[in-house]
Write a protein that binds this ligand. Sequence first.
Ligand SMILES: NC(=O)c1ccc[n+]([C@@H]2O[C@H](COP(=O)([O-])OP(=O)(O)OC[C@H]3O[C@@H](n4cnc5c(N)ncnc54)[C@H](O)[C@@H]3O)[C@@H](O)[C@H]2O)c1
Length: 337
Amino acid sequence: MSVIDKIYFRSSTEELRSILQDKKVFIIIDKQVEKLYGSLFPFQKVFIDASEETKNLATVQSVIDQLMKMGADRDCFLLGIGGGIITDLTCFVASVYRRGVKYALIPTTLLAQVDAAIGGKTGINNAGFKNIIGLFNKPEFVYVCSHFLRTLDEKNMLSGAAEMLKIGIIGDSTLYKKAVAWFKENHLMDYDTKEDLESLILRAAKYKCKIVEKDFHEHGPRKVLNLGHTFAHAIEKCSPVPVSHGNAVSVGIIMAARIGEKMGKTNPKVTNALVADFTAIGLPTATTIDIRTLMEAISKDQRHADGTVDFVIPEKIGSVSIKRIDIDQLRTLAFSI
Ligand SMILES: NC(=O)c1ccc[n+]([C@@H]2O[C@H](COP(=O)([O-])OP(=O)(O)OC[C@H]3O[C@@H](n4cnc5c(N)ncnc54)[C@H](O)[C@@H]3O)[C@@H](O)[C@H]2O)c1
């Protein structure tokens, strides 16, 4: 069954009532989102303090304990409402609770609307490593609604911008250009800018679905979505201060382009264009964390048993390639950028 036909793209929450009727709904919701939008969802709820520190097995255990106390049986329907932390946690809990129950997602950050909630993939953190435990399991539906973005702050809008631009760089140069133009002018969504942003979200989410449909379990083509993530995960792990996922991805994409240059695959003009666009938008393009530290994290976290890493190279805006590269070779290239 297709992924795309299960996604609602809407400007209001109106339709949710009819979609959810006759379901035994239990909500997993970000505490901040509950404060802003909780009254829209009159169901039993589990509240989460969303952060990378809480996207772990202890929280999964706590959510399961609470669902059991609330009497959520095998016919329950879990609804995750929040950003990527909540959508990842909900997918994970729904996949293991009572050997799997039905679930749906209402992503409330831009990042989750264009990326995290799309494609039925989850990862949770363990022992300081990002998304080290996870699985693939499609939701019943995803309800993408711009209404929630009215309250999203600049930092989180930009974090979402990075993942949207990533999708454009992978395969849709028009999306990339339009997104750059929108984010150069806007960092927040308001009434006048809503429609343009909605069409960008729709375009990005649809493109992601197209990739996911080819390779749901990420054995091959889906790996392109990891563009920028080799270094992003290491940056998130090693940063002494919390860094947003999108900011880490932004730096990771530029590092991948610079490494692509050294491999003779990326034209320096492409890297320069990316740096200029990201800078104009307000996204970071470099990190102060040293390469040795980052490579150590990559080596522990993302290396295959044979000592290689699948590295995604942005060759052009709208075209990437995946290269299985030896970790020592990647280290040498990273030191040379
Ligand atoms: N599974 C996947 O395919 C996938 C893809 C990309 C990212 N991710 C994961 O997503 C996570 C990042 O997601 P995120 O950036 O959405 O982070 P998040 O869930 O922490 O949300 C960011 C912040 O926004 C707040 N927030 C959420 N909705 C809001 C709203 N409508 N108004 C105001 N504030 C709101 C939250 O309280 C939080 O403080 C990372 O853990 C990343 O690994 C997963």
